[in-house]
Design a protein around this ligand. Structure first.
Ligand SMILES: [Zn+2]
Length: 289
């Protein structure tokens, strides 16, 4: 399953690593009354809130970028023992039509950058593979871009103890000399920048794309559910600072609407992960491409 879009010379493809077990809307959004979901029934599946663990692939002349790396191969005991599929799916997207017979080169070698919107478990899972206890990168030619605020927050001693995914999928990147810690607004490569959008986590960042006169964004966890496009104050229970989360969402959705951005949201359902933020009366709504 793939969603596709184009921003100037940048091709976007959304691939879904894993579909975790569904939850009730109130489990995911504890501050939103059940009755408030009446207007957004279409965004639920059988009344349940279904997240998707989507990863966005950006392809342009001279660079291939993965935005986040999903939940990882698993099986994941805290997610119904499900397993992730990202590596295979990304390889399909990246494989050239007439694949070479050189077995030393894998499609994943084409990835130049992995940009992490933030350091939650469902966003870093395919960074590294382990053989005999030793980590090796799944994307060995890539620089892994991580925000300083998230790195500092999650590698502080107490937090690190509670975050095995950071221990396994983030910490070794440093010794492998694959990580790049960035602060504030930062240009990753021509036309691709990360911009702080804090709230979900301290260092949550979105990816802005500016190519051929068109603009867009990979939203990360600025958006968990389509209803948030219309209700930017709705915050996921796991948001670190809900005021900042709502402010970041309002600000970026406003720009997306006014400047006609193409937006990718990895947690949205397949077929709806890439779209535009358009106005319908006094509300913004999501219009999948
Ligand atoms: Zn997430």
């Amino acid at each position: 399953m793939a969603d596709k879009g184009k921003i100037g010379n940048v091709d976007l493809t959304a691939v879904i690593d894993m579909v975790p077990p569904a939850r009730t809307p109130s489990a995911m959004f504890p501050d939103v009354a059940d009755s408030a979901w009446e207007s957004y029934k279409d965004t639920l599946e059988d009344g349940q809130l279904q997240l998707y663990y989507g990863v966005i692939v950006l392809q342009m002349d001279g660079a291939t970028i993965l935005v986040d790396t999903g939940m990882g191969p698993g099986p994941h005991p805290d997610r119904g023992n499900l397993t992730g599929n990202l590596y295979e799916l990304v390889s399909d997207v990246l494989a050239p039509p007439d694949n070479t017979t050189n077995t030393n080169v894998s499609p994943s070698d084409q990835v130049n950058f992995v940009i992490h919107t933030h350091l939650h478990a469902d966003h870093v899972g395919w960074n590294l593979r382990y053989a005999g206890g030793m980590p090796a990168p799944n994307f060995r030619r890539a620089r892994y871009i991580i925000s300083k605020a998230d790195y500092d927050y999650y590698t502080e001693e107490t937090m690190l103890e509670q975050s095995p995914h950071v221990q396994r999928q983030v910490i070794p990147l440093r010794r492998l000399r694959l990580q790049e810690i960035v602060e504030g607004e930062h240009e990753v490569t021509d036309g691709i920048s990360v911009v702080p959008a804090p709230g979900h986590t301290p260092g949550h960042q979105v990816v802005l794309i500016n190519s051929g006169g068109q603009k867009g964004m990979v939203a990360g966890d600025l958006l968990h559910n389509i209803a948030q496009v219309s209700e930017p104050t709705w915050c996921a229970g796991v948001d670190w600072d809900k005021t900042q989360s709502a402010n970041s969402r309002e600000k970026l959705l406003d720009l997306a609407e006014k400047e006609n951005w193409t937006v990718a949201a990895g947690h949205f359902p397949p077929g709806q992960q890439i779209g535009k933020v358009i106005r319908d009366g006094n509300k913004r709504i999501w219009a999948p491409l």
